[in-house]
Design a protein around this ligand. Structure first.
Ligand code: ADP
Length: 623
């Protein structure tokens, strides 16, 4: 039988395993037991739809043979055929974590093995030879897979029943590591307790105990015992679980380096009874906003796995949630398609949504710091949720939103905003822009801030779209300080402006004429304080939305731009004089317009021409 070589990456990983002297080698057992448990799950699922397949008496058996330095782990799960042995054990399955590894430096190697686990190959952390005998369910042949790390061999084998047996030849002790401890039953027993207690299938092993006789004497006997409590962590009593246990479970299940931000463990009794263990991650998965992101919510029924990515039981706007929902009342025979329409699913979903919402509300109220961390990661998701479906869920989500604002540069909820609006303020002001820095520099900000109004910073591209769907909060309209009429003035001031507009009619008409291809209107306004001009849009599409749409390749959609002029600015007065004298003002007008474009964060039509004109003016001024 020819010895086959491992694929390159597998070889590298194996070497890493074998030499990982700094790593916690204990985890090999957890990895192999977890594979066995998966194999039992798979057999169980098959048996639901295929009457030919039975899944009775599922179990995992561990044996320790000290004399021959062997540990065996066997299961009566789905088993593997020849090709599967080749494909699954000859190449590294968990390539995802391996790529991850390549990005890390040597020091973190221990972390990656310890936290993520590397599956089957972790056997080579403690063994110098591994033998696998496997027989696929409903097949009549078994196969051996044997490796001493320098390649592997596959041959015909013997196994009475379907399932898999893995035999580890434990390494001799080395200077750095003592492997002998793995040949001690008590040690193995405590490792099972520690790492695999919540495995749903019995893990049995011969243990030495004392048999007490009636006369009070005891005798040492060997007995087959189930080691694990078989209670999944979510089924345990809350008071018996430490936060550390919750964190470990989360990090193992989701291959996350970071502990979860929030753990939600609860039980619901009623029409649809269920237990849930939910987590809010403390960091956003790197692919969260892509199609590759997979919902990390699993559905179980009475402790038996039904499906992962269980979209049916949580709303899309809470898709950051991870964890397990285990229901007592689901009918296990229903196929997955039917599952989706099942009204029980809807009841579950409503209940899960409600719990997540109340948890978030509670955090917002009592644990602001963590809520803000959460919002930094997943706030945009909630905003999308509000916007989606023409605001169908806005009432659920609106109070969970926060925006940074001009008040303290800190997050503020809409409720808080409204509660601290100043006396004569009727609307909720916002300004959109690329960054807080850029918004602060907008010419339109000064006046509004002078009035004492708080301005929400809309830096997320979804923000302004959101206000086109959710137009008000608590009876107060959202109002962009960069759009339409701002209405900041009292009657007297308004009269003043009308008068000035009347007096400068000629000039304004002239400017309109010059800029007729560029702006839809030109007018005087009191929006500005130190700056001579600004660009705003009408009440429809804003200039910022136009930018976002352009990034989304929707070139055609344009904001109606209006150039507003500050009548109190010296430049306006000078321009008026010039025009009154009948001189040409088109160059200056274009320059003003260019300035307005720049301040609005838009590109100039002709930057070179702009630079030339500025240079000319500079020269005049210097001379
Ligand atoms: P992972 O479990 O992350 O997929 P592993 O390296 O642990 O990666 O295992 C590779 C594959 O080998 C598994 O996906 C599974 O298909 C198969 N396998 C491992 N152990 C068993 C087992 N005890 N019974 C059946 N199949 C197994």
């Amino acid at each position: 039988m020819a010895v086959k070589q491992f694929k390159t990456e597998s070889k590298r990983l194996l070497d890493m395993m074998a030499n990982s002297i700094y790593t916690n080698t204990d985890i090999f057992l957890r990895e192999l037991i977890s594979n066995a448990s998966d194999a039992l799950d798979k057999r169980h699922i098959l048996s639901l739809t295929d009457p030919e397949i039975s899944a009775d008496d599922p179990k995992i058996h561990i044996d320790v043979d000290k004399k021959n330095r062997l540990i065996t782990i066997s299961d009566n799960g789905i088993g593997m055929d020849r090709k599967e042995l080749e494909d699954n054990l000859g190449t590294i399955a968990r390539s995802g974590s391996f790529e991850f590894k390549q990005e890390l430096d040597e020091k973190s190697e221990a972390d990656i093995i310890g936290q993520f686990g590397v599956g089957f190959y972790s056997a080579f952390m403690v063994a110098d030879r591994v033998e696998v005998v496997s027989r696929k369910v409903n097949a009549n042949k078994a196969y051996n897979w044997v490796s001493d790390m320098n390649g592997y061999e596959i041959s015909d084998g013997e196994r009475a029943e379907a399932g898999t047996t893995i035999t580890l030849h434990i390494k001799p002790n080395s200077k750095e590591k003592k492997y002998d401890k793995y040949l001690d039953r008590n040690e193995i027993r405590s490792l099972i307790k520690k790492y695999s207690d919540f495995i749903r299938y019995p893990i049995e092993m011969m243990v030495e105990t004392y048999d007490y006789k009636e006369d009070g004497k005891s005798e040492k006997v060997e007995k087959l015992e189930v080691i694990n409590s078989m209670q999944p962590i979510w089924k345990k009593n809350k008071k018996d679980i430490k936060q550390e246990d919750y964190d470990d479970f989360y990090m193992q299940e989701y291959y996350d380096y970071a502990k979860p931000l929030k753990t939600i463990h609860y039980k619901v009794e009623g029409n649809t009874s269920y237990t849930a263990l939910l987590y809010i991650p403390s960091q956003r998965p790197f692919n969260y906003y892509t199609n590759d992101y997979k919902l990390g919510l699993k559905l179980y029924s009475r402790g038996v796995f039904i499906k992962d990515e269980a979209k049916e039981i949580v709303s899309d706007y809470f898709r950051f949630i991870r964890g397990v929902v285990d229901s007592d009342d689901l009918n296990l025979n229903i196929s997955r398609e039917i599952l989706q329409q099942d009204h029980q699913m809807n009841t579950l979903k409503k209940s899960v949504d409600k719990k997540i919402k109340s948890t978030l509300e509670n955090m917002l109220e009592k644990d602001r710091e963590n809520y803000e961390k959460f919002f930094d990661c997943f706030g945009s998701q909630l905003k999308f949720g509000c916007y989606d479906g023409f605001g169908a869920n806005k009432d659920v989500l609106i109070d969970l939103l926060m925006f940074k604002s001009s008040k303290e540069d800190k997050y503020v909820t809409l409720k808080e905003y409204v509660s601290r609006m100043v006396k004569d303020q009727k609307e909720i002001y916002y300004a959109s822009g690329e960054s807080i820095e850029k918004i602060r520099q907008l010419p339109q900000m000064e006046k509004v801030l002078d009035k004492g109004y708080e301005v929400l910073y809309f830096t997320d591209s979804v923000d302004e779209f959101l206000t086109s769907i959710v137009m008000e909060y608590d009876g107060k309209q959202f109002k962009s300080i960069l759009k339409g009429d701002l209405d900041l003035d009292n009657d007297e001031e308004k009269k003043q402006l009308e008068k000035k507009s009347e007096e400068s009619k000629d000039l304004i008409e002239k400017i309109k004429e010059i800029l007729k291809d560029k702006v839809s209107n030109v007018k005087l306004s009191t929006r500005l304080k130190s700056y001579p001009v600004c660009l705003v849009s009408d009440d429809n599409l804003s200039i910022d939305m136009e930018k976002v749409l352009r990034q989304m390749n929707q070139e055609g959609v344009k904001a109606n731009k209006i150039m507003e002029i500050n009548p109190d600015h010296e430049l306006f007065k000078a321009l008026k004089d010039l025009n009154d004298k009948g001189e040409d003002i088109s160059e200056y007008t274009t320059l003003l317009y260019d300035q307005a474009l720049l301040m609005a964060g838009l590109e100039l039509d002709d930057p070179a021409q702009y630079a030339l004109k500025i240079s000319e003016l500079m020269l005049k001024a210097i001379k």
